[in-house]
Design a protein around this ligand. Structure first.
Ligand code: ADP
Ligand code: ZN
Length: 297
């Protein structure tokens, strides 16, 4: 039987904490805004302590964190949030501190790697060992599994910050990434859409030209990921991807840009099953954290 574990989806705007054994057995959940590290961490610790009194011992903790983070378990800074521009959170001992105070084994990784793990266990990537999970929201981030393991390497991938061609006649908007101006995140995250069109992204109608441009930028990035990672599937989540009209536009442009070069039926005949929304919807992060905790229990 699966163990009772705790999961945290730690976002830049809100924390979601949950206790359970899997998607059909979440015993309790709490959401609160991400304020300063002390207040936010104490709130999370208090939630898990209280749940332990109601439901009995929790065996492990899994954390899906905004980043950049240190995801290497043998590093002295494992579980730290490192170079984030979010005020107060730079170089914060986050995962290790919570696990120490609760006395629980810790699984800790990027929000997107952990969401990918959730999708592999219970969502749209079941049975796959090499696939990507991209979130398009306040920022853009990508992670996934390669040969069944979460992507790390030097640190972890930063797929949102790839450079893509930017035609300034077509789109004079300069981009909003403080490091690169017009990287993918700078051009295509939710706040960039809002700044470019002077309207919140969610209020732009489905036939607005904003979505043609958005699909183009995302497709340009996705073909680079196909060529570098050879993923078996690409899962696109986050607030912006609630605009479901983007999916067929992105699929069509990915096929056009690849121009038949990558010879797989997944791309040529079954692209509708290749570029897809998360099977767990907006629960991929928190359920992935539960899956990651299960692996430590
Ligand atoms: P976060 O990235 O903060 O974890 P989200 O993935 O929900 O959270 O992303 C929030 C951003 O996504 C908002 O800033 C907004 O720009 C955009 N967004 C949210 N909902 C929608 C929607 N229905 N349509 C288009 N854009 C949306
Ligand atoms: Zn950037």
């Amino acid at each position: 039987m699966a163990s009772l574990v705790g999961g945290i989806e730690a976002g830049g705007t809100k924390f979601v904490c949950a206790v359970g054994t899997g998607p059909d057995d979440i015993r309790a959940e709490s959401r609160f805004p991400t304020t300063d590290p002390d207040e936010t961490l104490l709130q999370a610790i208090a939630f898990f302590r209280e749940q332990q009194m109601h439901h009995g011992p929790i065996r492990a903790l899994g954390i899906a964190s905004f980043g950049p983070v240190d995801p290497h378990p043998d590093s002295p800074r494992f579980g730290y949030i490192t170079s984030t521009p979010k005020p107060g959170w730079k170089d914060t001992d986050f995962g290790a501190r919570i696990s120490r105070e609760l006395g629980l084994p810790l699984g800790f990784d990027t929000d997107v790697n952990v969401a990918a793990l959730g999708e592999a266990r219970w969502g749209a990537a079941q049975g796959l060992d090499t696939f990507l999970y991209l979130t398009v929201g306040t920022g853009i981030g990508g992670g996934g599994l390669v040969n069944g393991r979460m992507m790390h390497g030097l640190i972890h991938p930063e797929m949102g910050h790839v450079r893509i061609p930017h035609d300034r006649d077509e789109d004079p908007y300069p981009g909003r990434c403080p490091f690169h101006d017009d990287c993918l995140e700078g051009l295509a995250c939710g706040p960039a859409i809002e700044e470019r069109w002077k309207t919140p992204a969610r209020e732009l109608p489905p036939d607005h030209p904003a979505w043609v441009l958005e699909a183009k930028y995302l497709a340009l990035a996705l073909v680079n990921y196909v060529c570098t990672f050879s993923p078996q599937r690409m899962i696109l989540g986050g607030g912006v991807m609630e605009q479901l009209q983007l999916f067929p536009m992105i699929r069509q442009q990915v096929q056009q840009l690849l121009n038949g070069y990558v010879q797989s039926p997944a791309l040529l005949e079954r692209i509708d099953e290749y570029i897809v929304p998360p099977g767990l919807g907006n629960r991929a992060g928190v359920l992935g954290a539960i899956a990651l905790a299960q692996d430590q229990a």
